[in-house]
Design a protein around this ligand. Structure first.
Ligand code: NOJ
Length: 561
């Protein structure tokens, strides 16, 4: 297998608005990030991914860009950025940016021109269509953020397409001028010396020819769009061209965001012979607690399902492509609340999930606050929420359709994106040490017990466990390049597997729940000696490897011979 730096790296995602505020305006900023670089270095991070920092009216917190060549004024200036990049590099780390090119803001000059008249030269930068015969939207496609994907624009009497909010019009990638302008912009950033991109919603850049109606049952909107505007063949044509003409000229890391793909489709993006991206974020494992309700579903999840689908990713991509590993990001609730136990076994389960992510094949991504076990928040009032997806959802379900407020709030508490966007908990100081002012979104009230300051001092903290895990990855190549093999496939509580590289073999044993099941070594594995490399409990060295009992949420990694 090819050895490259981005396979060996551990990445850390920063959501700049919520990371660290340096000037007391309640909004995180670039100097704030700068002040925490030593913290990240100390954690062992190799690559920092910044969620968007470009100029934006912030309808979707920066995922609606109005100027690709400028920094959002709330975050700082281009000088701040240049300094940040220099200091990241000075510490031997790398920095990747968010590349949002499926859409822009409706306040981007291209769109302002585009909407101004039907014969404006920028008209075709976006996707405009006349009304259908009844005067309604051109088709029945539904936006990811509720309602139609079409917005009527009075000025020219046509509709424009927006898969996300109506302030995020989709770019028309069939227009060569758009392609050229975007390539120039990407080149400009790469020439500045950044180390790559996480590429937002890129699987949606191609739309079904002729924009047909989507023949879907009413209640299954998430299956629908997926046929009409996701992972279509033209996406791959575009990405190969982008790679050939721009990306391949730099030694960078690229991660595409591609919802709705299984390993086979993912290999079209990341196959080593494909020349598109290095890796993609896939979301199959984020669906295991959704039932049939789409992202807002709150259902029990099964370990067997997690095992089978993640094992499929591990084996089908092995030696052919590369996985990006994550349990948390700015669009997902906090994993410790979702797949762990944020009560009694908070610390153990946070460490368990961390062990899992860092011992699989792929590049692990840690999302800010995950390394201290930050949890979901449950604000009482809808007015405390800031995320446009949450607010649109509440408005559609409760205000417009009259659905039950408590039920919808329950779903928001479990699944809303603001769970991950509350300010980083640095200390027990006011506002968790995030700001000297009033934060743009309330801090999670549990900051007095969960914070960096406290965990730095505690050798048993979640934070220190992450540090150990990251060091373990750096020390044992088998964790990066080794083959993955699932064992105890049908065990409903224990998730166990081996990683093998040449003579080196590791055994990972994870008890995913609060019980105390017994691990029994399968007869296929012959173990003569074993050495415990890490565990989230203190374990005696003379353990009988053939059979042992696990504590709630216990995780152990052995080197075996
Ligand atoms: C995916 C991003 O991660 C999410 O935060 C954003 O709302 C959409 N893409 C639209 O850009």
């Amino acid at each position: 297998m090819n050895k490259v730096w981005w396979k060996e790296a551990v990445a850390y995602q920063i959501y700049p608005r919520s990371f660290m505020d340096s000037n007391g305006d309640g909004i995180g900023d670039l100097p704030g990030i700068l002040s925490k670089l030593d913290y990240l270095k100390d954690l062992g991070i190799d690559v920092i991914w910044l969620s968007p920092i470009y100029e934006s009216p912030n309808d979707d917190n920066g995922y609606d860009i109005s100027d690709y060549f400028d920094i959002m004024s709330e975050f700082g200036t281009m000088e701040d950025f240049d300094l940040l990049l220099k200091e990241v590099h000075a510490r031997g780390m790398k920095l990747i940016m968010d590349l949002v090119v499926n859409h822009t803001s409706d306040e981007h000059p291209w769109f302002i021109e585009s909407r101004s008249s039907k014969d404006n030269p920028k008209r075709d930068y976006y996707i405009w269509k006349p009304a259908n015969e009844d005067g309604g939207p051109p088709n029945n496609w539904e936006s990811f953020f509720s309602g139609s994907t079409w917005e009527y624009d009075e000025e020219t009497g046509e509709y424009y397409l927006h898969l996300f909010t109506k302030k995020q019009p989709d770019l028309n990638w069939n227009n060569p001028d758009v392609v050229k302008d975007i390539y120039e912009m990407i080149t400009w950033w790469l020439d500045k010396g950044i180390d790559g991109f996480r590429v937002d919603a890129i699987n949606h850049m191609g739309k079904a020819e002729g924009f047909p109606d989507d023949p879907h049952p009413e209640d299954q909107r998430y299956n629908t769009g997926y046929k009409m505007f996701s992972n279509l063949p033209q996406v791959h044509e575009q990405l190969q061209k982008l790679n050939r003409e721009v990306l391949s000229k730099y030694d960078i890391m690229t991660v595409g965001e591609t919802s709705g793909v299984g390993p086979k489709e993912a290999l079209l993006y990341v196959g080593e012979d494909r020349n598109e991206f290095n890796m993609v974020f896939q979301f199959e494992h984020m669906g295991i607690d959704c039932g049939t309700q789409g992202k807002w579903g709150v259902e029990p999840w099964s370990l067997l399902e997690l095992k089978s689908l993640m094992s499929k990713w591990q084996t089908e991509l092995y030696e052919k492509g590369w996985n990006a590993l994550f349990f948390n990001n700015h669009d997902q609730p906090r994993a410790v609340s979702r797949f762990g136990d944020d009560g009694k076994y908070w610390s153990e389960s946070a460490k368990l999930l961390a062990t899992y992510i860092h011992t699989l094949s792929g590049t692990p991504f840690v999302y800010q606050g995950e390394e201290i076990g930050m949890t979901n928040v449950a604000f009482d009032s809808i007015d405390s929420y800031r995320d446009v997806e949450i607010l649109n959802y509440y408005k559609e379900k409760v205000v417009e359709q009259g659905q039950d407020h408590d039920e919808i709030m329950k779903r928001i508490h479990h699944k809303g994106r603001d769970n991950s966007r509350t300010p980083m908990q640095w200390s027990t100081n006011d506002q968790a040490g995030f700001t000297a002012g009033t934060p743009w979104i309330e801090v999670n009230p549990n900051y007095s017990s969960i914070n960096v300051e406290k965990q730095v001092q505690d050798p048993d903290s979640v934070l220190n466990y992450y540090k150990q895990l990251i060091q373990l990855r750096k020390k044992h190549e088998v964790l990066v390049y080794g083959d993955y093999e699932l064992i105890l496939e049908n065990d409903t509580e224990i998730y166990a597997y081996t990683r093998t590289l040449g003579q080196e073999k590791l055994l990972v044993v994870l008890n995913f729940f609060g019980g105390t099941p017994t691990f029994r070594l399968p007869s296929s594995l012959h173990v003569e000696s074993h050495e415990l490399l890490i565990s989230n409990y203190g374990v005696e060295e003379d353990v009988n490897i053939q059979e042992f009992q696990l504590q709630p949420y216990e995780a152990r990694v052995y080197r075996i011979k």
